[in-house]
Design a binder for this molecule. Structure first.
Ligand code: GDP
Ligand code: MG
Length: 693
C-alpha cells in the first residue's frame, strides 16, 4: 500500500436518508477513481459496500462499511452508513472517527430527518460537512428547492459548488462554479470540460458571487477584500471556504447522478479541497486511565499511540474483526498495545486496510488512518488502545438509546445453551442493541431502535451464530397490593398416617405506602409459637406473595403482623408453619380490598415545535400525564408520565406522528393503581395465560 502523509488523507462519512444514493456514491468513487474496474451496484448485490447477506436481501445498507479511493494523490477513506432509522446506531461510530460528513440527499425527496440527525451529531464532533444532491436524473428532480431547505433545516448557509445543467430526463451534466466550466461525464464518470451553455451563464455568475461571499466569511482579510469589490482568486476562495466550512458557517452543495458517474469526481475533488486533513482538527478529548482528569490528545503521527475502536464484527469463522481509527502515533502489525478500559495488554496481529469485505494487509497505521485487525481478545467497541499502561481513554461514541423491546426465548435446548453468548456477540456488533434479564417477569429482553432493527438482529443470531429465538411482547410487571386491613388464621393440620403436621398462624395485613415493598413483623406475645418457627411463617408468606395474589401478580406494599398462633409439641415443624403462613395470606388478601398497580414511566419526548399538539393529544389517549414542555434548540422536550403498558408501540407511532423527527427516552418512575375496567381485563388475561401454560 502506498504511504500517505496526513496532508494527503481525507476521511469522510456518507450519511442521510435511505435511498438517497450514499452507497452508490461510495461505489462510484471506487469506480471513477479506478480502484475497481466494475461499478458495483446495490440492486444486483455487486456493491463493494453493501456486501452482507442481509444487505443483499434488503437491497439497502444495514452496517457501516469502509472503503477507499485514491484521487489526485490523496487517499479518501469512505465510511458508508445506513440511512434507515432503525439502523441509525451504525452512524455514531463513523461520525466519531472522520473529519467530514457528506449528506447525500435525493433530488426528489430532499433533506430528511436522518440527514438532520447525522448533521447534528457531526457538528457536535466538529466535522466539516457538504451536501450532495443526488438522483438529478430522475423524474421531478429539483435542485433549487432542496438547496434552499438546507438553510431552514440545517441552520447553515448553503453554497453551490455545482449547479445542474437540466434536470430529470434533460439532466446532462453540471457546472463547476469555482472553475467556471461546464462538465459532461463519459460512461466511466470521467469529466469533459465544455463551455457553459448560454442559458446557464447568469446562474453560474450568481453562484460564483455567493461562493466568493461565503469564502470571505473565512477571514477578515478576505472579507475586507471582498467588500472592497476586489475579485477573490481561486486559491483565496479555497482557503476562505475551508475555514468557513470548518467553523460551521457554510455548507458547500454539489449535485449529480451517482449511478451514472455524474458528479462523482467533483465530490472527490470537493472532499480533497474543502475537508480538513485528519491532523488539522483540534485535539481529541479524553481522560486519564483510572482518573477523571481530562486530557486532550494532539492529532499527530509522532505522539504516543491513541486509537479508538469504532466498530466490531463478530464473524463465526474468522472471529472478531475490530475497526480502529488512529488519532495519535503509530500502531504496527504484530505488536503489543494496551487497553486502559480493560486494563489489559492486547496483541495486535496483522493490520488491514478495508475495501468493503476485502482486507488489504498493511504494515502499520498512523494518526489519521482507519484500519481493522482480527482476533483482539479484550477490546470492545468504544475503547481506546494506547502504546503502554496506564494509557488513556478517548471519549467513546454515544449511541441512540433503545426505544423498542421484545421478550426473547430460545427455541430448543441447544439454543438455550448458546443464547447468552449469541446475544453478547450481537450487542458487541451493534451497541444500540441491548439485552438484559427483567427480573420482575423473568424474561430476557432484547431492546433496539425499532421492529426492523430487532427482527434483523434475531435473523442474524440464527444465520451467524446458529441460535434460534422465539419472540413475544414483553410482559408488564403488574403488581397487586391492598387497600385495607384484614386478619386471618392459617391452619395447617395433617394427621393421617406417620408423623403428623401442625401449625397455626394468625396474621394481620395492612397496606404500606407505594414503593415500600414488604414488611414482616413478629408481634407474638407469650410464646404462642416458638421463635424457631417464626422464620418458617415468614418464608411461607414470602413464597405465596411471589406466586401472586388474587390477580396472579406479585403482592407488594403491605405489612404482615404475625399476632398469634398455635403449635403442637410433637407434630409442629418448619413445613407446617410455612404452610400456615401461606394459608393465612391466601385468606387475608381477598378481604383486604386488593387491587392492581402498574409501572409508570418518566418519558422525555423530543420533537419539532409543529408536532407538539399531536404528541400531547396522543399521550392523553395513552393515559399519559404531561408534566411540562421545555424548548431545546429548535425542538421541544415534552416531559410526561405514561403507563408502561401504553408504550409498547410508541417508537413506531412517534416516528409516524413526527415523520421520523421525534425521539424519546424513558425510565421507570413508580407504580400506580390500574383503572378498574382495565384491571379486570388484565386479570382475566393473566388467568388465561396461567391456565394454558
Ligand atoms: N436514477 C438514479 N438512481 C440512483 C442514483 N443513485 C442511486 N440510485 C439508485 O437508487 C437506489 C438506492 O441507492 P443506494 O445507493 O442504495 O442508496 P442509499 O440507501 O443512500 O445507500 C439504488 O437502486 C441505486 O441504483 C442516481 O443518481 N440516479
Ligand atoms: Mg446504502
Amino acid at each position: 500500500m502506498k504511504v500517505y502523509t496526513p496532508d494527503n488523507v481525507r476521511n469522510v462519512v456518507l450519511a442521510g436518508q435511505s435511498g438517497g444514493g450514499k452507497t452508490t456514491l461510495a461505489d462510484g468513487t471506487l469506480f471513477v477513481s479506478g480502484a475497481v474496474s466494475r461499478f458495483g451496484k446495490v440492486a444486483d448485490g455487486s456493491s463493494v459496500f453493501d456486501f452482507e447477506l442481509e444487505e443483499h436481501a434488503r437491497r439497502s445498507t444495514v452496517f457501516s462499511t469502509a472503503g477507499f479511493a485514491e484521487w489526485r494523490s490523496h487517499r479518501i477513506t469512505i465510511l458508508d452508513t445506513p440511512g434507515f432509522a432503525d439502523f441509525f446506531g451504525s452512524v455514531s461510530g463513523p461520525l466519531n472517527v472522520a473529519e467530514g460528513v457528506a449528506l447525500v440527499i435525493s433530488a426528489v425527496d430532499g433533506l430528511e430527518v436522518q440527514a438532520e440527525r447525522a448533521w447534528e451529531m457531526a457538528r457536535k464532533k466538529g466535522l466539516a460537512g457538504l451536501t450532495f444532491v443526488n438522483r438529478m436524473d430522475v423524474d421531478r428532480a429539483d435542485f433549487a428547492s432542496h438547496f434552499d431547505s438546507i438553510r431552514q433545516r440545517l441552520h447553515i448557509t448553503p453554497v453551490a459548488l455545482c449547479i445542474p445543467i437540466g434536470a430529470s430526463e434533460t439532466f446532462q451534466g453540471i457546472i463547476d462554479v469555482l472553475r467556471g466550466k461546464a462538465l459532461k461525464f463519459d460512461a466511466n464518470g470521467k469529466p469533459q470540460e465544455e463551455e457553459i451553455p448560454a442559458d446557464c451563464q447568469a446562474a453560474c455568475e450568481a453562484a460564483r458571487e455567493s461562493l466568493a461571499e461565503a469564502a470571505a466569511e473565512g477571514s477578515d482579510e478576505l472579507l475586507e477584500k471582498y467588500l472592497d469589490g476586489q475579485t477573490l482568486s481561486e486559491q483565496e476562495i479555497l482557503s476562505g471556504m475551508r475555514t468557513a466550512i470548518q467553523e460551521g458557517k457554510v455548507m458547500p452543495v454539489l449535485c449529480g447522478a451517482a449511478d451514472k458517474g455524474i458528479g462523482v469526481s467533483c465530490f472527490m475533488d470537493a472532499v480533497i479541497d474543502f475537508f480538513p486533513n485528519p491532523n488539522q482538527l483540534p485535539p481529541v478529548e479524553g481522560h486519564k486511565a483510572n482518573s477523571e482528569e481530562a486530557i486532550s490528545v494532539e492529532r499527530s503521527t509522532t505522539g504516543p499511540l491513541a486509537a479508538l475502536v469504532f466498530k466490531t464484527v463478530a464473524d463465526p469463522y474468522v472471529g472478531r474483526m475490530t475497526y480502529l481509527r488512529v488519532f495519535s502515533g503509530t500502531v504496527k502489525s504484530d505488536s503489543e498495545v494496551f487497553n486502559a478500559k480493560a486494563g489489559q495488554k492486547e496483541r495486535i496481529g496483522q493490520l488491514f486496510q478495508m475495501q468493503g469485505k476485502e482486507n488489504n494487509p498493511v504494515a502499520s497505521a498512523s494518526a489519521g488512518d482507519i484500519v481493522a485487525v482480527a482476533k483482539l481478545e479484550h477490546t470492545n467497541t468504544g475503547q481506546t488502545l494506547t502504546s503502554e499502561a496506564p494509557g488513556l481513554i478517548l471519549e467513546p461514541p454515544t449511541y441512540p438509546r433503545p426505544s423498542m423491546w421484545l421478550a426473547v426465548r430460545p427455541k430448543t435446548r441447544t439454543d438455550e445453551d448458546k443464547m447468552g453468548s449469541g446475544l453478547r456477540r450481537l450487542v458487541e456488533e451493534e451497541p444500540s442493541l441491548q439485552h438484559y434479564r427483567e427480573h420482575e417477569t423473568g424474561e430476557t429482553i432484547l431492546a433496539g431502535l425499532g421492529d426492523v432493527h430487532l427482527h434483523s438482529a434475531i435473523d442474524r443470531m440464527k444465520r451467524k451464530f446458529g441460535v434460534e429465538l422465539e419472540t413475544a411482547t414483553p410482559r408488564i410487571p403488574y403488581k397487586e397490593t391492598i387497600r385495607s386491613k384484614a386478619t386471618a388464621e392459617g391452619k395447617h393440620k395433617k394427621q393421617s398416617g406417620g408423623a403428623g403436621q401442625f401449625g397455626v398462624a394468625e396474621i394481620e395485613v395492612e397496606p404500606l405506602p407505594r414503593g415500600a415493598g414488604f414488611e414482616f413483623v413478629d408481634a407474638i406475645v407469650g410464646g404462642a409459637i416458638s421463635g424457631k418457627y417464626i422464620p418458617s411463617v415468614e418464608k411461607g408468606i414470602r413464597d405465596r406473595m411471589a406466586r401472586g395474589g388474587v390477580s396472579g401478580y406479585q403482592l407488594t406494599d403491605f405489612r404482615v403482623r404475625l399476632c398469634d398462633g398455635k403449635e403442637h409439641p410433637v407434630d409442629s415443624n418448619d413445613i407446617s408453619f410455612q404452610m400456615a403462613g401461606r394459608l393465612a395470606l391466601e385468606i387475608a388478601v381477598p378481604q383486604a380490598s386488593p387491587y392492581l398497580v402498574e409501572p409508570i414511566m418518566d418519558v422525555d419526548i423530543t420533537i419539532p415545535d409543529d408536532n407538539i399538539g399531536d404528541v400531547i393529544g396522543d399521550l392523553n389517549s395513552r393515559r399519559g400525564r404531561v408534566l411540562g414542555t421545555e424548548p431545546l434548540g429548535g425542538t421541544q422536550v415534552v416531559k410526561a408520565q405514561v403507563p408502561l403498558s401504553e408504550m409498547y408501540r410508541y417508537s413506531a407511532d412517534l416516528r409516524s406522528m413526527s415523520r421520523g423527527r421525534g425521539s424519546f427516552q424513558m425510565e421507570f418512575s413508580h407504580y400506580e393503581e390500574v383503572p378498574a375496567h382495565l384491571a379486570e381485563q388484565i386479570i382475566a388475561e393473566s388467568k388465561k395465560d396461567k391456565d394454558s401454560s
